[in-house]
Design a protein around this ligand. Structure first.
Ligand SMILES: Nc1ncnc2c1ncn2[C@@H]1O[C@H](COP(=O)(O)OP(=O)(O)OP(=O)(O)O)[C@@H](O)[C@H]1O
Ligand SMILES: [Mg+2]
Length: 325
């Protein structure tokens, strides 16, 4: 799996004692080491010889990163070859141009009950399906910062897709504070990707702990920096391992404009995620019978290639997230 270097000691500049120190802070493989900068490592461990560690980082970057220059044609065909995860809701798949793509971050924002977690549950099931069935044949890391993970819903949704034992393919972590949340992202996620075939990371409740722990205006800079770091690290993981990432975000009322809402986390989150999708309660005429009061709407707020304002309707029912028409 690690190509040129199969263990930390294989990397030029890493001796047994540095390897031991790296393992102690959760860095187990050469590829995982390539996620880090020298400054980050120095803040996490006791570094005695910076030049050897710097040489080691250069070697792993060279071995694992696809930072060599390729033509945009090659880039395009490489990207098209990567499978997407279907939501199994044709309106949403259509809106997203075929489902979720890897190597980026999807942000589902919306008020309570708008369907953010339900959609994450559904994608935690569909990601496990084979590529021919709309999945990526991978496991899921579900980081549940709001305590709303529901194995009952997951099992119910999985019945619809004939996926037996969906819970075996999902690793759940419920961090209780920001430090644990960062550990989940920085350490647990790469380890599970390398060791357990995790391909989808769901971070349900991106800002919950951060909002609770960093209170008041004087903490604003630290709070935004922490959010920035978490999103940036998720992005590094997404790019290095070609995995799929979803974060959910809350809305806040704007103090000035009458009754209007915006996503929490300010510019840092707006810039740090790739596709921002708003989920809303909605109504729609001409709906399949029985679904009238269950309708929700997904609206593109910001994306590198989806037009702002384009939208899809869906419903949440006993079976999971479904089409309404
Ligand atoms: N068993 C079920 N059958 C039908 N609908 C359900 C079922 N369980 C939950 N729902 C619907 O899902 C909604 C909750 O959606 P979800 O948990 O995705 O909200 P959310 O957007 O994550 O909200 P929050 O911000 O509070 O986490 C409920 O209001 C209900 O309408
Ligand atoms: Mg939720």
């Amino acid at each position: 799996m690690s190509g040129k270097y199969s263990c930390l000691e294989d990397i030029p500049g890493i001796g047994p004692s540095t390897a031991e120190k790296l393992r102690k802070i959760g860095i187990l493989s050469p590829k995982q080491l390539s996620l880090y900068s020298l400054d980050e490592l120095a803040s996490m461990m006791d570094v005695t010889d910076y030049s050897r560690l710097s040489k080691a980082l250069y070697s792993v970057r060279e071995a694992f990163h696809q930072s060599k220059i390729i033509s945009a044609t090659e880039f395009s065909s490489y990207r098209r070859g990567l499978p997407r995860i279907s939501t199994k809701v044709s309106s949403i798949d259509g809106l997203l141009r075929g489902g979720l793509e890897p190597r980026c971050i999807y942000e589902f924002v919306g008020e309570y009950g708008s369907g953010k977690s339900q959609l994450c549950f559904q994608l935690s099931v569909t990601a496990q399906l084979t590529i021919n069935n709309g999945g990526v044949d991978g496991k899921v890391l579900y980081i549940d910062c709001e305590g709303t993970f529901s194995e009952t819903r997951i099992c119910r949704i999985a019945e619809r897709f004939n996926l037996s034992d969906p819970l075996r393919g999902i690793f759940v972590s419920q961090p209780v504070n920001v430090d644990e949340q960062i550990d989940c992202i920085r350490i647990i996620a790469p380890n599970l990707i390398e060791e357990k075939n995790v391909k989808l990371i769901v971070l349900d409740g991106l800002v919950s702990h951060v909002r609770a722990e960093y209170r008041g205006r004087e903490m604003l800079v630290a709070r935004q920096q922490t959010l920035n770091y978490m999103l940036n690290f998720l992005m590094r993981i997404a790019m290095l391992y070609n995995v799929y990432v979803i974060v959910t975000n809350q809305i806040i009322s704007k103090p000035t404009a009458g009754g209007s809402v915006s996503a929490a986390g300010g510019n840092v989150v707006a810039h740090g995620t790739t596709h921002r999708l708003f989920l809303q309660h909605s109504s729609l005429s001409n709906v399949k019978r029985g679904l009238e009061h269950l309708v929700r709407k997904m609206v593109v707020e910001d994306s590198p290639y989806l037009p702002k304002g384009e939208h899809a309707f869906f419903a949440i029912c006993e079976d999971g997230v479904v089409d309404v028409l």
